[in-house]
Ligand binder design. Structure first.
Ligand code: GLV
Length: 310
């Protein structure tokens, strides 16, 4: 019996090693496309797998995303039917998101870019940059959004959350998509932090109508998926000053093509999809546990709700 790792273009040797350690010989671990016996593969660990590749395994039962996001799985038109999908839910992954959100928010709040420009010009403190008051809206109040919202709240910011369904989170008012559309929520805040899953409902949600609803000179931080943002609308909002700065970790096309205007815009700070990286050892422990659960016919951890899209 075997597990196939299908993660094109990335070195997966550390993951393979951790999986082998965790599985203690109970399953072979093969790296696609080097699969000696496709019929032996019962579980696949995937990240941006080639569409159709999962059809090569006639006895496949479980597909495990190597990250928190699963849109790469749900979008595959050649996904075999009847497979159980799972994802990684790991406090380490959430911690990375909290750190990134805190970094972006604190840099904005303290006017870090202004301070850096002053250092370059050997200006001591004239003018003294004022702190920017922020009321932050966290979009997506799930496994990642809740810890992000709580971290920002702990840092002393006023934080409100927005989620698909109504929910109660201690200390953070949460508005649901059922009671209010996103522009109405965006009116209430001057900074948005996006940690939404990418689904047909959230594709392109950060668009003109949302930017317009926010107060002039607002902030956008996207650490979810590039497709949440309508790039053209964001560029326009930045040029008009409607959005004062965007901090972006994710893009429609990654790596971001060198000709993309985000690279050159002085109000965009971008990072190469590093907000939080899957901890390979923790991921291997979750996947190995789910492999054993699958073999024993037990319920798997962190199943994906395909109709919700995460
Ligand atoms: C990273 O982007 C993930 O979905 O884990």
């Amino acid at each position: 019996m075997a597990i196939a790792i299908i993660v094109p273009g990335r070195d997966v040797s550390t993951l393979k090693q951790h999986l082998e350690t965790q599985l203690k010989g109970s399953a072979a671990v093969w790296v696609y496309p080097d699969i000696p016996n496709p019929a032996a593969v019962e579980l696949a660990v995937v990240w941006k797998h080639p569409s159709g590749s999962l059809q090569e395994f006639p006895n496949l039962r479980v597909v495990h995303s190597l990250g928190a996001g699963v849109e790469h799985l749900l979008k595959d038109p050649l996904m075999p039917e009847g497979l159980q999908l799972c994802r990684i839910v790991d406090p380490e992954l959430a911690k990375g998101m909290c750190h990134y959100a805190a970094m972006a928010v604190l840099n904005i709040h303290k006017q870090w870019w202004q301070l850096q420009a002053q250092q370059e010009q050997k200006i001591w403190a004239e003018p003294v940059p004022e702190v920017i008051p922020l009321k932050i809206g966290v979009l997506g109040m799930g496994e990642l959004g809740v810890p992000v919202a709580k971290t920002l709240h702990y840092l002393g910011f006023e934080v409100v959350g927005y989620s698909r369904k109504a929910k109660i989170v201690e200390g953070i008012p949460v508005f649901s998509a059922e009671e209010m559309d996103l522009p109405a929520f965006a009116e209430k805040v001057n900074a948005l932090v996006c940690v939404l899953p990418l689904t047909p409902q959230t594709d392109g949600v950060l668009n003109k109508s949302v930017f317009k609803a926010m107060p002039h000179g607002s902030y956008v931080i996207n650490m979810a998926r590039g497709a949440h943002v309508v790039d053209k609308d964001l560029l326009e909002a930045l040029d008009e000053g409607q959005i004062e700065r965007a901090v972006l970790d994710v893009f429609h096309v990654e790596p971001l093509p060198t000709e993309h205007p985000f690279w050159y815009h002085d109000k965009v700070t971008l990072t190469p999809h590093i907000a939080s990286l899957t901890n390979q050892e923790n991921a291997a422990a979750i996947i190995a546990e789910n492999y054993h659960r699958m073999k024993k016919g037990e319920a798997l951890r962190f199943p994906v709700n395909a109709s919700a899209g995460y």
